[in-house]
Design a protein around this ligand. Sequence first.
Ligand SMILES: [Zn+2]
Length: 376
Amino acid sequence: MKKKTQIKCFLFVRCKKELAELTSGSRVYGKFVRATQTWIVTTYLPYDREGSQSFRVYAKQPHSCPANKLVLWTNQGRIMAAYRAQKVPIQVITQNDLYSRTPFDAKEMAHLARQSVAIIGLGSGGSKIAVELANAGIQDFVLCDPDILEPANITRHEAGIFDIGKTKCQFAAELISRKNPAANITAYAEDIFMSRDIAQVKRILKRDLIVAATDRTDAQLMINEFAYRLKVPCVMGGCYEDARGGEVLYTLPDHKMPCLACLRAGLKQPEQLTTIDYSTAKGPEDYQGQPGLHAAIDFVTSVEIQFSLAILLRHIPGSRLSSIINPAYNYILIGTATAAGFYRFEKPFEVFFQRLKGTRQDCPVCGDIWKLLEKP
Ligand SMILES: [Zn+2]
């Protein structure tokens, strides 16, 4: 006779203290995974509600259990469960269990858990950055993107065909909460620069870090300026020409370092081009990101993620990752598999810091425009 599989239940809470707060009437959310006969239950409302059920915790074990519903009740401060008239053992998982294997020490983890990050643009790059920052222990996110997932996005994105029609914001929030249900996420599925006034945009972007992951250069320049005025560190990345190459620029508020407006005004246009002709570009909005192989985009995104974490950890003594931060070298060029002969890349997979001359005195964002005008 086939042995009946023991049904298990994992209960996720932020910390063990939260268990005591689970009392009669508390609401929990869960999914039954048929393949493993396992209930996964959390006290946090999941962003992805597909297939998840919501329950109330009973004061004591009820006499009859509703079919196909997990029944939870409290018993002398302990939480108990039953499913299909069978008692189910509960294994509690906390956030510490999720983050038990990370390259960061306890001090770094505690610091990352207190950081808040705004990500503008949640396409293939931004959504990946969001989920990897959640994996690294970031727990507070502000997400901004007005776009909706369309069929053409799917093969360049973590999203699948069943996500078509969702906002990119909603999908990124789902990705984060799948990793850490306790993460605090504020999502703006709108173009905040159009729909909000300056004071509101400032409030939205006043975080510990802004990641500019949109492929619209005009938006990147706007974010650059807000970051500078708000004195918030900013990571800006992008891919060029079918993701043959990409770049990451970061700025820190306490250092005089060239910003995106300095770079865009001073950088020579890419020298060798095949499909995009920048010679007719009238303004920065003409330097649009181009679709590339997802793996090539990921190569650039991966650099943005590491710089983002390094910046957040820059004040933590002994943090190994933050040793990559050097204000004199805040611009890195990343060549992917097909980079050879493109722009400044000689070989495939070439990655190098490109020293910038310094801030431009005539930069409208960070330059000393007044000093320039005062000059005789
Ligand atoms: Zn500047």
